[in-house]
Every structure is written in C-alpha cells, then in structure tokens.
Design a protein around this ligand. Structure first.
Ligand code: APR
Length: 251
C-alpha cells in the first residue's frame, strides 16, 4: 500500500469543501458479492445480453430469475465491509456529503450512510410489470424466489435498472447536483465502463474537482480523469485513509 497516497488522500479530504463518493461493484466484493467484469465477475457466468436487458426480462423472465436468484442469495447474506464502514464514518465526521452508488445491495445504508443515491435502483422493492403491484423485497426468503405477484402471479422484477431501462429520474437529478458541486470525488471499485454513470466523475473533473480513484487495477479513468489511483483493496485503503485523517486531526 502506497502510504504517501493515503496521506495525500487524507489531506485532500480534510481540505475539501465538499466530498462525494462514487462507488461500484468492487466496493462490495469483500462482502461476498462478486463484481461484473473481473475474472470472477457475474458477467463471466451470465451473458448480460441474455440475463440483464429489459428485453431479456420481458421475453424470458424465468431464465433471468436464475441469475436474480443467485444475486438475491448473495445480497441477503452480505454485510457491510471495512470500506462501507469507513465511508459511513467519514459522513459522521462531517467529511462526506453523499454517496452515489451503482450498487443495488443497500450496503452503504446498512453501514450507516444516510445520503445515498442509488443510480441503478435497489433490490429492496420489486414490481409487477403487468399490474404494477409493488412489494418489499427485504421480507423475501430464498424459498419465495422467483418472486411472483400476489395479484396476477406474474414474475416480479426487482427495481434495479436493467440495460435498456432509464435511470430513475430522482437519482439522475440528485447525482448531477452532487457531481456538479463537489470539490473532491472518491471513486471506489468501478471499471467506469457503463454510462451514464461513468460520466459522473468526468462531470466532476470538468468542474475542477479532485478525483481520487481507489481500485484493484487501473481503469478508463486512470491518468485521464482521476488525479491519482490508490491501487489495492477498497476495505484496506478506505480504512487507512480514515485512520490517517483521525491521526492528522489529532485522535
Ligand atoms: N477493492 C477495490 N476494487 C475492486 C475490488 C476490491 N476488493 N474488487 C474488484 N474491484 C474493481 C475491479 O478491478 C473493477 O475495476 O472494481 C471494478 C468493478 O468493475 P465492474 O465489475 O465493471 O463493476 P461496475 O463498475 O460497478 O459496473 C457498472 O455495470 O453491469 C452493470 O449495472 C451493473 O452497476 C453495474 C455497472
């Protein structure tokens, strides 16, 4: 771990007027939820064209639920890890204004963050595309999956954004506001390959924000958009940054 970069990040966050975090699947890998595009990623097992487009859900929901069942199983077991906990601590310290996440697992809220923008929706609710019935996904048990509508028995769709679906309006508005007004953006565990989400750090950079990237490997943002990359696991790096901030602040 490059301790100089940890010290630089701690200083940047301490001197920042407004810091926002932008997170991807990499931040939840240490909670047992695989990411999408790494060697062990979900898209290696499930072709997103067959399992993750809204067209695929309409044409063969049973098949799509094979993947969704696996995701729900992982999410139901998952607990926040050191990276989620570190971001919640930064919020309590008054050093993190909000978290914009591409994840649907709800782990930022479970860790204690109160201002979380879910850019790709959430697994917490499911909707019937036939009769618009909505149910609370957090009460579901494994034996309830695939989840069916109690009114018309159609297969329910989790309120997560499938490829081909629009980003929830409120998430678009709030995330633009946050990326337009932040002076520092902590970009954690995303390959930054999926748009429009990946435009948020670019947006922030264009408005003069410092972009601190935390990832296991370089991404399309590295050396282009991010001011520096701290390479390694999110859990370790975010905890080290929080510890360094506490040290600088004098315990
Ligand atoms: N610590 C830090 N970074 C990690 C870790 C870790 N423990 N584990 C994986 N990573 C990094 C990977 O190296 C990769 O660069 O996290 C990144 C995850 O990238 P993706 O799998 O592409 O996930 P993400 O960027 O969130 O995908 C964006 O695409 O599939 C859609 O809707 C889905 O929200 C998702 C979107």
């Amino acid at each position: 771990m490059d301790h100089q970069l940890i010290q630089r990040a701690a200083k940047d966050i301490l001197h920042s007027k407004k810091t926002v975090a932008f997170t991807g699947a990499g931040i939840s890998v240490e909670s047992g939820i695989p990411d999408f595009r790494s060697a062990q990623g979900l898209w290696r097992k499930y072709d997103p064209n067959e399992y993750a487009t809204i067209y695929a859900f309409h044409s063969n929901p049973e098949k799509v639920w094979l993947m969704l069942k696996e995701m729900f199983q992982l999410i139901m077991k998952a607990k926040p890890n050191a990276a989620h906990i570190g971001l919640a601590e930064l919020e309590r310290m008054g050093l993190l204004a909000s978290v914009i996440t591409q994840n649907v697992d709800g782990l930022h809220q479970a860790a204690g963050n109160t201002k979380v923008i879910e850019f790709h929706g959430s697994h917490r609710t499911l909707s019937c595309l036939k009769c618009s019935q909505k149910i609370d996904g957090t009460t579901l048990k494994m034996e309830d999956l695939p989840a069916r509508c109690s009114r018309c028995s159609s297969l329910l769709k989790p309120d997560v954004v499938f490829f081909g679906e629009p980003i929830p309006w409120e998430a678009q508005v709030m995330s633009s506001k946050e990326s337009n007004s932040c002076t520092t953006m902590l970009v954690i565990g995303t390959s930054a390959e999926v748009y429009p989400a990946a435009s948020l750090p670019i947006n922030a950079k264009e408005r003069g924000a410092t972009i601190i990237e935390v990832n296991l490997e370089p991404t399309s943002l590295t050396d282009q958009i991010s001011d520096y990359l701290i390479c390694g696991s999110a859990g370790e790096i975010i905890s080290d940054i929080v510890e360094e901030i506490k040290k600088v602040r004098g315990g």
